[in-house]
Design a protein around this ligand. Sequence first.
Ligand SMILES: C[S@@+](CC[C@H](N)C(=O)[O-])C[C@H]1O[C@@H](n2cnc3c(N)ncnc32)[C@H](O)[C@@H]1O
Length: 234
Amino acid sequence: MKQEMYTTHVQQYDLVAQDNLYNAHFERPNTLELIGDVSGKKVLDLGCGSGLYAQILLARGASAVTCIDASQEMIEIVKDKLGETVSAYAQDLSKGLPEEDDAQYDLVICPLMIHYIQDLRPLFNDVKRVLKAGGEFVFSTHHPFADYECSSSGNYYEKELVKDMWNTIGDPVPVAFYRRSLQDITDAMTESGMAMLALSEGKVNDKIREISEEDYQRLSTFPNFIFIKCFSMK
Ligand SMILES: C[S@@+](CC[C@H](N)C(=O)[O-])C[C@H]1O[C@@H](n2cnc3c(N)ncnc32)[C@H](O)[C@@H]1O
């Protein structure tokens, strides 16, 4: 599914996501907390966007980072920013990871991408396949409770394609994503042979309060994203 936000508006998205409330000050700190120490780790970054995570992980000592995103425009930004320090290519991740060899990564991350994929199984099965034994998979996505507000069926358990307008870059841009149950996510994880190590609904920090008291109050009382860390059982 081509997303205008991540193709036509990539430059603005990259600029905004570096320091905005929801990505930079809420999503990234919570995902990075689950990721933990990356020194010496070989990392695969799925739905890498403009490489904001890759940049941080390299600075924190990751031994190698491979970036994959459906958007060729995002991959060009990653290459412009990070050059030879990363390997980066464009691919639709709903098809899994056909270019990647078995058991080669210590860590796979996938921040804010899985809601764009209808069936998680091909991707999660391949994440498990490319992880070394005991390797970790950390991802974040829309909280199923929050997305239930967008349900047109009223059936929490029914997967639905939601069409919305987001103001992320300052102007409204159409987006489409899948709303799913928590069970749909955890089934894809456990059926692939991965087990959960941690689940977080996100901590809210003082920086968020400095930026917006209203968002601070909302994020302190209503879930927005969910953060999951699992590992490959062999
Ligand atoms: C919200 S952005 C997150 C970017 C990055 N992970 C971050 O947190 O900074 C979502 C990214 O997922 C990518 N994406 C969406 N659908 C995809 C798919 N089917 N396969 C691969 N990437 C996809 C988009 O192009 C976009 O770069």
